[in-house]
Design a protein around this ligand. Structure first.
Ligand code: PLP
Length: 358
């Protein structure tokens, strides 16, 4: 028997999505972003499925080491860089590349005695204003890195978009212009494009694209769907009905008793709740897929279960599958109902959800 709830991950979909992004950005290498446990899809499994990627982007050193421990020999890049000087030795030992975005990292690098130079991606803040050196600091920082024997040459360059998921927002073009002006004469590879850049801003593709969410078959843009770009949702979050109950008009269900049936109906109880990472704030009407149609959540999502209105003529039975999102019900649509983004839904699943590779 398969465990439930479970997240079924399609390796085939991941491979399709990687190939599709290569078609969309044919001149670029692909740094597949697999941070946060492969966006909730399982870090090592995802990396194994996408062994064709030119490298993997991680947020934390622990994530990179988990890939090395799992036998992944590909290029690995720490997108937030290292936080302690001892970590520099680990980067060299395991051949991990790092982003450099602040003064403290520069100082640590300058003082380090390393067995081999470390490959660095100098991060420039072109408008996100979160990480990176300002355009005014660029020349000086670049020269400092250039002078360090601890740094492999040529120095590579990156920046991150703030509004690439808004196709009409001029801020992305502005960021590209600033980046180009600063870095035009630098010989190293550069990367700008996250998923939104990859899908919506072809001019941003550059030497490397850095897609995350799109690899999992999901669009980064509200109101859009991954399938519109030839991407296939890689995750199917599925549980089952553990109760099916006749329910009279006027009767409430669940904590707070705030929802009451308008007419006689049949309610289904699905074994998934906020203890699994399904958001408690999912409102009435959030869709769940049961036996070929969408049915609405009614009442409050609780820790281990939620209730759906199956309709008075329902023939659903205990043990039937209930799909919270997947190919039949894109996670983007569920996110819209809940008032969040698909990124949050897929990354927030708890360890109680079994991740199963298909
Ligand atoms: C997470 C991340 C990405 C991937 O972003 P998506 O929107 O998921 O494509 C790319 N670059 C950096 C620096 C990131 O932190």
């Amino acid at each position: 028997m398969k465990p439930f709830p479970r997240a079924e991950i399609s390796c085939e979909a991941l491979k399709n999505n990687l190939a599709r992004l290569r078609q969309i950005a044919p001149e670029s290498k692909v740094m597949a972003v697999v941070k946060a446990n492969g966006y909730g899809h399982g870090l090592l499994n995802v990396a194994q499925c996408m062994e064709d990627a030119d490298g993997f982007g991680l947020a934390r050193l622990e994530e990179a080491l988990a890939l090395r421990d799992g036998g992944i020999n590909a290029k690995l890049i720490l997108l937030e860089g290292f936080f302690r000087s001892v970590d520099l030795q680990t980067l060299v030992e395991h051949n991990i590349e790092t982003v450099i975005h602040n003064e403290v990292q520069l100082d640590m690098l300058e003082k380090a005695e390393l067995a081999a130079p470390v490959a660095v991606w100098l991060k420039v803040d072109t408008g996100m204003h979160r990480l990176g050196f300002t355009p005014e600091q660029f020349d000086e920082v670049y020269a400092r890195l250039e002078a360090m024997p601890q740094v492999a040459k040529p120095i590579k360059l990156m920046s991150h978009f703030a509004c690439a998921d808004e196709p009409d927002n001029p801020c992305t073009s502005k960021q590209m212009t600033i980046f180009k002006q600063l870095t035009n004469n630098s010989p190293g590879d550069y990367t700008l494009a996250n998923s939104a850049g990859t899908l919506y801003w072809p001019k941003s593709h550059g030497d490397w694209i850095r897609p995350g969410i799109a690899l999992y078959g999901v669009s980064p843009v509200i109101g859009d769907l991954g399938v519109n770009h030839g991407l296939i949702p890689a995750m199917k979050l599925v549980s089952q009905l553990i109760a099916v109950r006749d329910h009279k008009a006027g009767e409430p269900v669940g904590y707070g008793s705030f929802w009451k049936a308008k007419s006689d109906t049949v309610l289904g109880v699905v074994a998934i709740g906020y203890g699994d990472g399904y958001p408690r704030n999912a409102p009435e009407g959030t869709p769940v897929w049961v036996n070929g149609r969408l049915v609405p959540i009614v009442g409050r999502v609780s820790m281990d279960m939620l209730t759906v209105d199956l309709g008075f003529d329902s023939v659903d039975a205990i043990g039937d599958e209930a799909v919270l999102w997947g190919r039949a019900l894109p996670v983007e649509l569920v996110a819209e109902h809940i008032g969040t983004i698909a990124y949050e839904l897929v990354t927030k699943l708890t360890p109680r959800v079994a991740v199963c590779m298909e």
